[in-house]
Design a protein. Structure first.
Length: 294
């Protein structure tokens, strides 16, 4: 990418710094992938650094006022491609109050706005402003007059199957390990938890259950925890059999791949790699550890 790529990285770093200074509270701005941010920073500052392996991701949460003066929270999940601002950011706006079609409509209008107004310039602030000013209107826009239509709409909503790959700096605490297993059971999630340093948690099942699990997990105190990767599959009909068919793990179990180290807490990554390979998830290893396995 040479010089051009580095200039773009510098623009992204300074834009992120600006956003962090304007929205210092976690509930306003969350950098979802700290690793990508660190790589980007290094790339911007250091001539010899490798280009970042993944795009910068963060979430802006925006409170907007609806017509009835109720405050609505919108979440803007943002991805800055490596070539941004030469190319547009990928922004997905969501809110529990938006129906599926309202959300689609809102996001497509935002994209049109960006295409018309933001060619080649940093545009996260203007995108946020647009959402703050305009998004609430989409909630009332399509309230269907007939209740029949709405009940049919909910029938046909696709059920999503989700698999979250969570990375933690370490997981030793017995209570946390118990929570992970208990919550997965309560929410009908399967997967595995690898305690130690680093800690790896994978949960799979209904999207809403995965998101509830992640919300609970994040509330515990961690040195560092993030979603490294997520898979979302739309289920036709979404019956029990469909869900079972998507699962790669049968229950949620704790896997200790003991490295027999002096402290016995550093896991044997080779064993983890073979375990993931058996489950057809070998490509995930690289997302966690940035190297090919074997």
């Amino acid at each position: 990418a040479g010089m051009a790529g580095r200039e773009e990285a510098e623009v992204q770093v300074s834009e992120l710094e600006l956003l962090c200074s304007m929205f210092p509270r976690r509930e306003e701005l969350v950098v979802t992938d700290q690793l990508a941010a660190a790589e980007l920073q290094r790339y911007a500052e250091d001539e010899s650094a490798e280009a970042p392996s993944s795009a910068l991701r963060f979430t802006l949460n925006v409170k907007a006022e609806a017509s009835d003066a109720a405050v609505v929270e919108f979440s803007m999940a943002c991805v800055l491609p490596l070539k941004y601002p030469a190319v547009l950011p990928e922004i997905t706006v969501s809110s529990p109050l938006l129906s599926r079609s309202q959300q689609v409509h809102l996001n497509s209008d935002l994209k049109t706005y960006l295409m018309q107004n933001c060619s080649g310039e940093p545009c996260m602030l203007s995108a946020r402003e647009w959402v703050k000013d305009r998004a609430a209107a989409y909630i009332d826009k399509e309230l269907s007059s007939s209740s029949v239509a709405t009940s049919n709409a909910t029938q046909s909503e696709d059920v999503m199957f989700t698999r979250l790959w969570i990375y933690s700096h370490h997981i030793y605490n017995k209570q946390k390990r118990k929570n992970i297993i208990d919550w997965a059971k309560e929410l009908s999630l399967s997967g595995f938890c690898m305690p130690g340093k680093p800690g790896v948690v994978c949960v799979e099942g209904l999207q809403s259950s995965c998101e509830e699990f992640w919300a609970r997990l994040r509330r515990l105190t961690w040195k560092r925890i993030l979603i490294r990767h997520r898979d979302d599959v739309s289920l036709e009909g979404g019956g029990h059999a469909e869900i079972q068919k998507q699962r790669k793990f049968s229950t949620l179990e704790e896997k200790c791949f003991d490295a027999h180290g002096a402290r016995g807490n550093h896991m044997d990554l080779g064993q983890l790699y073979r375990f993931l390979e058996e489950k057809g998830c070998a490509d995930i290893f690289q997302m966690y550890f940035g190297v090919e396995g074997h």
